[in-house]
Design a protein around this ligand. Structure first.
Ligand SMILES: [Zn+2]
Length: 239
Protein backbone atom coordinates (compact mmCIF):
# COMPACT_ATOMS: atom_id res chain seq x y z
CA UNK A 1 0.00 0.00 0.00
CA UNK A 2 2.79 2.41 0.97
CA UNK A 3 4.37 1.67 -2.38
CA UNK A 4 1.18 2.66 -4.15
CA UNK A 5 0.94 5.95 -2.22
CA UNK A 6 4.56 6.73 -3.06
CA UNK A 7 3.89 6.00 -6.70
CA UNK A 8 0.91 8.36 -6.73
CA UNK A 9 2.97 11.07 -5.07
CA UNK A 10 5.77 10.67 -7.58
CA UNK A 11 3.34 10.78 -10.44
CA UNK A 12 2.15 14.10 -9.11
CA UNK A 13 5.03 15.74 -10.91
CA UNK A 14 3.47 14.80 -14.21
CA UNK A 15 1.09 17.26 -15.77
CA UNK A 16 -2.55 17.36 -14.78
CA UNK A 17 -3.71 16.54 -18.30
CA UNK A 18 -1.70 13.36 -18.55
CA UNK A 19 -2.65 12.42 -15.00
CA UNK A 20 -6.25 12.45 -16.13
CA UNK A 21 -5.47 9.46 -18.31
CA UNK A 22 -3.85 7.50 -15.48
CA UNK A 23 -5.47 4.19 -14.73
CA UNK A 24 -4.63 1.89 -11.82
CA UNK A 25 -1.45 0.03 -12.63
CA UNK A 26 -1.09 -3.70 -12.50
CA UNK A 27 2.59 -4.08 -13.33
CA UNK A 28 2.51 -7.79 -14.04
CA UNK A 29 -0.31 -7.41 -16.56
CA UNK A 30 1.27 -4.45 -18.32
CA UNK A 31 4.71 -5.87 -19.01
CA UNK A 32 4.60 -8.18 -22.02
CA UNK A 33 7.19 -10.96 -22.01
CA UNK A 34 5.70 -13.35 -24.53
CA UNK A 35 2.88 -13.88 -26.98
CA UNK A 36 0.08 -16.46 -26.90
CA UNK A 37 1.45 -19.94 -26.10
CA UNK A 38 -0.83 -21.32 -28.80
CA UNK A 39 0.83 -19.24 -31.51
CA UNK A 40 3.22 -21.14 -33.83
CA UNK A 41 5.65 -18.24 -33.91
CA UNK A 42 8.40 -16.39 -32.09
CA UNK A 43 9.41 -12.73 -32.18
CA UNK A 44 13.04 -12.03 -33.00
CA UNK A 45 13.75 -8.66 -31.42
CA UNK A 46 16.89 -6.57 -31.80
CA UNK A 47 17.89 -3.71 -29.53
CA UNK A 48 19.67 -0.75 -31.07
CA UNK A 49 21.39 0.68 -28.03
CA UNK A 50 23.92 3.49 -28.50
CA UNK A 51 27.57 2.37 -28.71
CA UNK A 52 30.77 4.24 -27.84
CA UNK A 53 32.97 2.36 -30.27
CA UNK A 54 32.30 0.88 -33.68
CA UNK A 55 29.67 1.59 -36.32
CA UNK A 56 26.73 0.71 -34.08
CA UNK A 57 25.14 -1.22 -36.97
CA UNK A 58 25.55 -4.93 -37.66
CA UNK A 59 25.57 -4.74 -41.45
CA UNK A 60 26.01 -8.50 -42.14
CA UNK A 61 23.13 -9.34 -39.81
CA UNK A 62 20.90 -6.69 -41.37
CA UNK A 63 21.84 -7.82 -44.88
CA UNK A 64 20.79 -11.36 -43.99
CA UNK A 65 17.47 -10.29 -42.44
CA UNK A 66 16.69 -8.05 -45.42
CA UNK A 67 17.75 -10.57 -48.07
CA UNK A 68 15.51 -13.23 -46.58
CA UNK A 69 12.73 -10.80 -45.62
CA UNK A 70 12.71 -12.01 -42.03
CA UNK A 71 10.05 -10.35 -39.86
CA UNK A 72 11.88 -8.69 -36.97
CA UNK A 73 11.33 -5.93 -34.43
CA UNK A 74 13.90 -3.26 -33.59
CA UNK A 75 14.00 -1.18 -30.43
CA UNK A 76 15.87 2.01 -31.27
CA UNK A 77 17.35 4.42 -28.75
CA UNK A 78 17.14 8.12 -29.57
CA UNK A 79 20.90 8.53 -29.37
CA UNK A 80 21.36 5.66 -31.82
CA UNK A 81 18.77 7.15 -34.19
CA UNK A 82 20.49 10.55 -34.38
CA UNK A 83 23.73 8.84 -35.44
CA UNK A 84 22.06 6.50 -37.95
CA UNK A 85 19.57 8.50 -39.96
CA UNK A 86 19.99 6.54 -43.25
CA UNK A 87 19.64 3.25 -41.37
CA UNK A 88 16.48 4.46 -39.61
CA UNK A 89 15.05 5.49 -42.99
CA UNK A 90 15.86 2.07 -44.41
CA UNK A 91 14.35 0.15 -41.47
CA UNK A 92 11.16 2.16 -41.67
CA UNK A 93 10.76 1.48 -45.39
CA UNK A 94 10.78 -2.30 -45.02
CA UNK A 95 7.31 -3.64 -44.39
CA UNK A 96 8.43 -6.91 -42.79
CA UNK A 97 10.21 -4.99 -40.02
CA UNK A 98 8.60 -3.33 -37.04
CA UNK A 99 10.15 -0.60 -34.92
CA UNK A 100 9.78 0.32 -31.29
CA UNK A 101 11.79 2.60 -29.04
CA UNK A 102 14.41 2.02 -26.37
CA UNK A 103 14.83 5.28 -24.42
CA UNK A 104 16.75 8.38 -25.41
CA UNK A 105 20.23 7.92 -23.89
CA UNK A 106 19.89 4.32 -22.60
CA UNK A 107 19.41 5.44 -19.00
CA UNK A 108 18.94 3.22 -15.97
CA UNK A 109 15.27 4.12 -15.54
CA UNK A 110 14.76 2.99 -11.92
CA UNK A 111 17.38 5.54 -10.85
CA UNK A 112 15.21 8.40 -12.12
CA UNK A 113 12.06 10.19 -11.00
CA UNK A 114 8.84 10.16 -12.99
CA UNK A 115 9.58 13.31 -14.95
CA UNK A 116 13.06 12.11 -15.93
CA UNK A 117 11.74 8.69 -16.89
CA UNK A 118 9.08 10.33 -19.05
CA UNK A 119 11.72 12.45 -20.82
CA UNK A 120 13.96 9.42 -21.42
CA UNK A 121 11.10 7.30 -22.75
CA UNK A 122 9.58 10.03 -24.93
CA UNK A 123 12.82 11.13 -26.68
CA UNK A 124 12.85 8.65 -29.58
CA UNK A 125 9.03 8.49 -29.69
CA UNK A 126 8.95 12.23 -30.47
CA UNK A 127 11.86 11.95 -32.90
CA UNK A 128 10.03 9.26 -34.85
CA UNK A 129 6.87 11.34 -34.94
CA UNK A 130 8.49 14.64 -35.82
CA UNK A 131 11.19 13.56 -38.28
CA UNK A 132 9.80 10.36 -39.71
CA UNK A 133 6.02 10.84 -39.31
CA UNK A 134 5.90 7.44 -37.65
CA UNK A 135 3.99 6.50 -34.52
CA UNK A 136 5.83 3.75 -32.68
CA UNK A 137 3.93 2.29 -29.76
CA UNK A 138 6.25 -0.50 -28.64
CA UNK A 139 8.74 0.34 -25.89
CA UNK A 140 11.51 -1.67 -24.29
CA UNK A 141 13.39 -0.21 -21.30
CA UNK A 142 17.20 0.07 -21.55
CA UNK A 143 18.92 -2.89 -19.83
CA UNK A 144 15.41 -4.32 -19.33
CA UNK A 145 15.35 -2.32 -16.09
CA UNK A 146 12.17 -0.80 -14.73
CA UNK A 147 10.13 -0.15 -11.61
CA UNK A 148 6.43 0.47 -10.91
CA UNK A 149 6.87 4.07 -11.92
CA UNK A 150 8.20 3.05 -15.36
CA UNK A 151 5.19 0.82 -15.92
CA UNK A 152 2.85 3.65 -14.92
CA UNK A 153 4.57 6.21 -17.17
CA UNK A 154 4.68 3.84 -20.16
CA UNK A 155 1.03 3.01 -19.65
CA UNK A 156 0.08 6.66 -19.39
CA UNK A 157 1.93 7.47 -22.60
CA UNK A 158 -0.10 4.83 -24.42
CA UNK A 159 2.93 2.66 -25.20
CA UNK A 160 3.14 -1.13 -25.01
CA UNK A 161 5.80 -2.39 -22.64
CA UNK A 162 7.73 -5.17 -24.38
CA UNK A 163 10.27 -7.29 -22.52
CA UNK A 164 11.29 -10.84 -23.49
CA UNK A 165 11.20 -14.35 -22.09
CA UNK A 166 14.40 -15.52 -23.79
CA UNK A 167 17.64 -13.59 -23.40
CA UNK A 168 20.10 -14.71 -26.07
CA UNK A 169 23.04 -13.19 -24.22
CA UNK A 170 24.49 -12.22 -27.61
CA UNK A 171 26.60 -9.25 -26.39
CA UNK A 172 28.55 -11.56 -24.05
CA UNK A 173 32.01 -11.95 -25.66
CA UNK A 174 32.67 -15.12 -23.67
CA UNK A 175 29.82 -17.04 -25.34
CA UNK A 176 30.40 -18.95 -28.57
CA UNK A 177 27.74 -19.00 -31.29
CA UNK A 178 27.05 -22.67 -30.41
CA UNK A 179 26.43 -21.77 -26.77
CA UNK A 180 24.11 -18.89 -27.66
CA UNK A 181 22.27 -21.02 -30.21
CA UNK A 182 21.76 -23.99 -27.91
CA UNK A 183 20.50 -21.69 -25.13
CA UNK A 184 17.94 -20.13 -27.44
CA UNK A 185 17.05 -23.40 -29.21
CA UNK A 186 16.22 -25.29 -26.02
CA UNK A 187 14.01 -22.51 -24.70
CA UNK A 188 12.26 -21.37 -27.91
CA UNK A 189 8.60 -22.31 -27.86
CA UNK A 190 5.33 -20.95 -29.24
CA UNK A 191 4.93 -17.28 -28.29
CA UNK A 192 8.55 -16.64 -27.29
CA UNK A 193 9.99 -13.14 -27.50
CA UNK A 194 13.77 -13.38 -27.93
CA UNK A 195 16.18 -10.48 -27.40
CA UNK A 196 19.27 -9.92 -29.55
CA UNK A 197 21.29 -6.86 -30.56
CA UNK A 198 21.74 -5.34 -34.01
CA UNK A 199 24.20 -2.64 -32.98
CA UNK A 200 27.29 -4.76 -33.56
CA UNK A 201 27.67 -5.74 -29.90
CA UNK A 202 26.78 -9.32 -30.69
CA UNK A 203 29.72 -10.80 -32.55
CA UNK A 204 27.88 -14.10 -33.07
CA UNK A 205 24.41 -12.70 -33.67
CA UNK A 206 24.29 -13.12 -37.45
CA UNK A 207 25.51 -16.71 -37.28
CA UNK A 208 23.01 -17.57 -34.55
CA UNK A 209 20.14 -15.97 -36.48
CA UNK A 210 21.06 -17.84 -39.66
CA UNK A 211 20.98 -21.16 -37.82
CA UNK A 212 17.71 -20.31 -36.11
CA UNK A 213 16.02 -19.32 -39.36
CA UNK A 214 17.38 -22.08 -41.56
CA UNK A 215 17.29 -24.96 -39.10
CA UNK A 216 16.01 -24.60 -35.52
CA UNK A 217 12.76 -22.70 -35.99
CA UNK A 218 11.50 -24.77 -38.98
CA UNK A 219 12.26 -27.98 -37.06
CA UNK A 220 10.19 -26.71 -34.15
CA UNK A 221 7.35 -25.59 -36.43
CA UNK A 222 7.88 -21.97 -35.40
CA UNK A 223 7.95 -19.01 -37.74
CA UNK A 224 9.46 -15.61 -37.06
CA UNK A 225 6.96 -12.78 -36.59
CA UNK A 226 7.11 -9.18 -35.53
CA UNK A 227 6.06 -8.48 -31.95
CA UNK A 228 2.70 -7.08 -33.08
CA UNK A 229 2.06 -10.07 -35.33
CA UNK A 230 2.92 -12.39 -32.45
CA UNK A 231 0.66 -10.57 -30.00
CA UNK A 232 -2.19 -10.71 -32.52
CA UNK A 233 -0.92 -14.10 -33.68
CA UNK A 234 -1.25 -13.67 -37.38
CA UNK A 235 1.12 -16.13 -39.06
CA UNK A 236 2.15 -15.03 -42.54
CA UNK A 237 1.56 -17.18 -45.57
CA UNK A 238 4.84 -18.49 -46.92
CA UNK A 239 6.00 -16.60 -49.98
ZN1 LIG B 1 19.74 -1.56 -24.85
Amino acid sequence: MRRHVLLCLLLGVLSATTLGALVPVDGAAQVIKSGPPTCPGVALTFDLCPVRKGSGYDQPLMDYLIKHRIPATFFMSGKWMTKHEPEVDHLLRLGFFEVGTHGEVHAHLPMHDADEQRTEILGPVKLLQEHYARKATLFRPPYGEYNDLTVAVVNMLGLRFIQWNIESGDPDPTLSSEQILSGVATRAKPGSIIVFHANGKGKQTRQVIEQLISDILPRKGLQPMTVSELLNCKPRAHD
